[in-house]
Each structure stands twice: as structure tokens, then as C-alpha cells.
Design a protein around this ligand. Structure first.
Ligand code: NI
Ligand code: MN
Length: 222
């Protein structure tokens, strides 16, 4: 079983019996954060999609504290001054790590160092696509075809990323079994609820299950 816990914004805790993964752990100064860094006792990997503060967040702190391996593009990984373990592949192919397979995939967005990315990763036989911050782009169809992610975690809040309309089209390109919206409700400029995304997705992709989590809630993927 894979537990997918939304921590607010784009931050997720993905855990199995063997491995604990944090993605974009923006917890400190995140008004919607479900947990504090102090509550994190164990982590094996910390994935960072790009160097914006709301994604880099507490990644280094968590890696330092738990001895987890931080995964990001080389430019972001090399810029970290603290002594932590890093794995820094570039965009391209699946990388096999202990209890985790991960590929960095494109995200259309901006950042200061390197390129923004999304992640497709497999834990305990389940494949999840975390799109990072991105606009809609046609190659999401390829990500869906190649990796067949069971779950897609997609930004839907608009302004900084896709909004509800674009994200609902992304669902049709990726064709996951389950979609969980993220990157909304954190700041005044982004959509405060996933309602429009739900409405649009029900129209365009009626067979896809939409899972709405509140920060702190867990979806159990069996
Ligand atoms: Ni960003
Ligand atoms: Mn962001």
C-alpha cells in the first residue's frame, strides 16, 4: 500500500512500509501546511521540482535532519551549501534508487537555477506523477503513455501554474486512474477551492477518479 498525504500546496508525503518520500516540502511559512518540520522523524528521499521558495521550502532542513537523499536537477543540487546527500539526474530517463525509481520530466515554468521539472516515480509498484509547477503542455500525453502513472498530482490554482481549465485538459492527456489537485488555496492570487477543476474534469474525463484532500489528509493507494 502507498500512502499519499497532502501537506498543503505542492507538498506531499508518500510512504510505503519501506520508504518515505517528501515532494516539494514547503512547510515553514506555508499558511496551509499540515505539519511542521519538527514532526518529521524519518525520510529517505526529498524531491524538489524547482528552486522557488514554495517548492524548495524545507527540503534541505529535512534532508539534513533525517539523512535523506535530496533529488533535484544538478544546478539546484550543486547550489546547496549544507552537507547532505544528493542525487542529481537531468531530465530524461528513470533512475533506479533503493526502493524508488524516479524520472525527471519537463515542466513549463520558470526558476532561477537549471530547469523546473516534474517527477514520475514508482514506489512499491505504484507509479505517481507529480507535475511540479507547470503550464499545460502537449507532451504530458507522452508522460502518460510511457509511464502510465496511476495517480497524477496536478497544480490547478492558476496564476503561477495551470488553472482549472488547463489542468482538466492535462488529465485527458495523462489519463491517470486518479487525480489529486494541488497548488491552490495557499495564497490570495490562486484559486481557493478545487471546485472548478472538479467540474471541468468531470466533463472531460468522467472515468478519472478525482480525490480531493484537505491538508494533512491521506489517500491510501491499494
Ligand atoms: Ni514555481
Ligand atoms: Mn509554486
Amino acid at each position: 500500500m502507498v500512502k499519499i498525504r497532502w501537506l498543503g500546496h505542492s507538498a506531499f508525503e508518500i510512504s510505503t512500509q519501506k520508504v518515505v518520500v517528501y515532494v516539494d516540502p514547503f512547510l515553514s511559512n506555508n499558511p496551509t501546511a499540515a505539519i511542521k518540520v519538527d514532526e518529521i522523524k524519518k525520510a529517505d528521499y526529498v524531491l524538489v521540482s524547482h528552486d522557488h521558495f514554495d517548492h524548495m521550502g524545507d527540503a534541505v532542513k529535512i534532508a539534513k535532519k533525517t539523512d535523506a537523499t535530496l533529488i533535484a536537477v544538478p544546478e539546484v543540487a550543486l547550489s546547496i551549501k549544507e552537507k547532505i546527500k544528493t542525487v542529481a539526474p537531468n531530465l530524461g530517463a528513470m533512475v533506479n534508487l533503493e526502493n524508488l525509481k524516479v524520472a525527471l520530466v519537463p515542466a513549463f515554468h520558470t526558476c532561477s537555477k537549471g530547469s523546473p521539472v516534474g517527477f514520475v516515480f514508482t514506489v512499491d509498484g505504484k507509479t505517481i506523477y507529480h507535475a511540479g509547477d507547470t503550464s499545460l503542455f502537449g507532451d504530458m500525453k507522452l508522460i502518460g503513455e510511457i509511464y502510465k502513472p496511476e495517480v497524477a498530482l496536478l497544480p490547478v490554482g492558476g496564476y503561477y501554474t495551470m488553472g482549472p481549465l488547463e489542468a482538466s485538459v492535462a488529465v485527458t492527456l495523462i489519463n491517470p486512474k486518479i487525480v489529486i489537485p494541488m497548488h491552490y488555496g495557499t495564497f490570495p492570487v490562486i484559486e481557493q477551492t478545487p471546485d472548478k477543476f472538479v467540474e471541468e474534469t468531470r466533463k472531460k474525463a468522467p472515468t478519472v477518479q478525482i480525490v480531493i484532500l484537505k491538508p494533512g489528509e491521506t489517500y491510501e493507494l491499494k
